[in-house]
Each structure stands twice: as C-alpha cells, then as structure tokens.
Design a protein around this ligand. Structure first.
Ligand SMILES: CCC(=O)SCCNC(=O)CCNC(=O)[C@H](O)C(C)(C)COP(=O)(O)OP(=O)(O)OC[C@H]1O[C@@H](n2cnc3c(N)ncnc32)[C@H](O)[C@@H]1OP(=O)(O)O
Length: 311
C-alpha cells in the first residue's frame, strides 16, 4: 500500500527513474513479503527452528564460485525447518560477497533435494502456518535468484517437490546423467508454493509448465534439454562417479560465464535480472545505471590499455 502510494506520487512527479531504482532496490532485497503482508520474519523463524535436522553449507572459493550444499542425506536432503532458516542466512552471506561471481547449488551425497521434510509438513499442516512457511521460502528463493551472481542448480539423483522448485530459483540447471526433476506436488494434493510455478512458467513456457505440474511428469536430462529446463547434461562415467567429479564438471561449465572481474560479472547479472523482471522502460534506465558502475572501472581501463582485439 505504502509502495503503491509512493509509486503514484513518483509517477505524478515524473520521477520514473527514481521509481525504477526504488523498485530495483526492493527487488534486490528480495522482499516479496514484509510485515505489510502479515509476514513476521522472527515469528516464522522461531516456528521453523522447532523442526531441526540437516544443514545448508556454504563454501566460498577463491575462484569466485561458491558451493551451496543442501545437506540432509538420511532424508534425501529434504528441507527441515532449521535448514530453511539456514538457507536464508546463507543467501544473506552471498548477498554481501563482494568478490563473488557464481554459485552452484547442489545436494549432498549424490542426490539433489526431496522437497520439504514431510515430518515438519505433517506437524504444520494448518493453512496459516503453511502460508507463513511458503512466504519465508518465497522470500529466500527470490533473493537467491536475484543475487548478483550467476547461479547453477547441479541436479544429481532426484529433485522432487520443493527440490524441483529450488532448481528454478537458479539461473541455470545442469542435470547429471540419471537425474530426475519432478514436481510431485499434485500427488501430494498440493501445488508449488515456493514460487516454483511462477518461475517454471517463465523458464519453459506456460504450456510446458502446465504439463509438468498437471501430469507430475518426470523430467530426465533428455526431456530437460528439449523443453529448456536443463541447460546442460553432465555425463559421468560410472568409474568416475562420486569424489566431486560432477561438481568439478559443473564448475568448469560455469567458469565459461564467470571468467573476468567480479564487478563486471555482477553487472552482467544485474542487467539481465532487470531485463527479466522490469518493464522495458525501467530496465533500460537500470541498465544505464549499471553501465555507469563499470564504465571507466578498473577492468574497462585495463582492456583499453591492452588494446583488446576480439578476433
Ligand atoms: C514444497 C512441497 C514439498 O516439497 S512436499 C514433499 C515432496 N517430496 C516427497 O514427497 C518425497 C517423498 N520421498 C520419496 O518419494 C522417496 O523417499 C525418494 C525421495 C524418491 C527416495 O526413495 P528411495 O531411494 O527409495 O529412499 P527412501 O524412500 O527409503 O528414503 C530414504 C529416507 O529418506 C526419507 N525421506 C525421503 N524424502 C523425504 C522427505 N521429503 N521428507 C522426509 N523424509 C524423507 C525417507 O522417509 C527415508 O527415511 P527412512 O530411511 O525410512 O527413515
């Protein structure tokens, strides 16, 4: 409501650029829900902490590529309540990583994530708490998608339910041979609530999204490539399975897009993000602002001094 009033006032005063900047700031903070929507972060965090187990681990590497690991192998990396809270904390850490360029989201022990922990789901099955959990995860996953880092979901084994939704909160998806992404929500009497349906429709188009959700279809790497859900398939020879071989392949794949100075890579992500999320007029103005942050910057001056050629 407050934002709508501000928007009207800014539009009346012709300050569209200011509005666009405000919108982008709001977007980059990822606050889909705030107290104005009845969402109280501390209240839901406390409720989620009552369902502990597993962890979400973050490894920031000197290469500028971080690895975020969903780690609860005894439950096929399902999200416990405390893991949802940890996810949000890890996203905050990535938001303030000045040297970061990319992030790979993976599951521990050769499988991606089997969605929310059904033990917790059973215990908080009333609609009010379900909605609060849903708002919490939408906020966290929207902020993950809006990081100024290029993100890749590395899918090994199974990505089910909320796990499938998590893959859509990354810029790219790489599927290892034998892996499956499946929106099993319909079988659970549900629809996605972590923002997965909205993002999926944008990735594969609404026709394909309707098929995947309506049929709870199993997407293997071949189908994934066909419909544009997967951006690459990692073939892992049996003898080389395990021991981080797939992760290394994903890092190699991502490094094609993260080579260069961190401020430039972050700027690339920001202009694409604004193109993806803002109306054209506002995206153009944002692009100009981001351009201003790299023009005459260290990488730009260095390239000019080197008389770079692009043969
Ligand atoms: C946001 C909405 C949602 O995400 S709703 C949740 C959607 N996810 C599901 O319904 C997944 C249900 N699980 C399964 O279908 C199977 O366990 C899958 C993942 C296919 C693995 O099968 P399989 O390889 O045969 O192993 P398993 O069933 O013996 O599982 C190993 C242990 O992991 C557990 N597990 C698995 N998924 C979850 C989950 N989402 N929540 C809680 N626990 C889960 C299983 O119960 C099993 O535990 P245990 O060894 O029996 O103690």
């Amino acid at each position: 409501m407050v934002l709508c009033a501000m928007r009207r006032q800014l539009l009346r005063s012709g300050s569209c650029a200011v509005w666009a900047r405000l919108l982008l700031q709001r977007q980059s903070s990822g606050c889909v829900y705030s107290s104005a929507h009845g969402f109280h972060q501390e209240e839901i965090t406390e409720k989620l902490q009552a369902f502990p187990g597993g962890s979400v681990d973050l490894l920031k590497q000197e290469s500028g590529i971080a690895v975020l690991t969903i780690n609860y192998p005894s439950r096929m990396n399902a999200f416990s309540g405390s893991m949802m809270v940890e996810l949000e904390e890890r996203v905050s850490q990535l938001e303030s990583w000045m040297d970061g360029k990319g992030v790979i989201v993976q599951g521990a022990a050769g499988t991606f994530c089997s969605g929310s922990d059904l033990t917790a789901v059973r215990a908080i099955s009333n609609p009010q708490d379900g909605m609060k959990m849903c708002m919490f995860m939408q906020n966290a996953l929207t902020r993950l998608l809006r990081l100024p880092l290029i993100s890749v979901a590395l899918v090994e084994g199974k990505a089910l339910g909320g796990g499938a939704e998590l893959t859509t909160a990354c810029d790219f998806r790489l599927m290892a041979s034998g892996s499956v992404i499946q929106f099993v929500h319909k079988h659970m009497g549900l629809v996605p609530g972590w923002g997965g349906a909205a993002r999926l429709s944008r990735i594969v188009g609404s026709q394909n999204a309707l098929k995947l959700l309506g049929g709870s279809l199993k997407v293997d790497p071949e189908v994934g490539l066909q419909i544009g859900l997967a951006d690459g398939v990692l073939e892992v020879p049996r003898a080389e399975e395990g021991a981080g071989v797939v992760l290394q392949q994903a890092e190699n794949w991502l490094s094609h897009y993260t080579e260069g100075a961190a401020p430039v890579i972050q700027a690339v992500k920001k202009v694409v993000l604004s193109g993806r999320e803002l109306p054209l007029y506002e995206a153009l103005r944002t692009e100009k602002d981001v351009f201003g942050t790299v023009w005459g910057g260290q990488a730009n001056l260095q390239a000019l001094a080197n008389k770079s050629k692009h043969r």
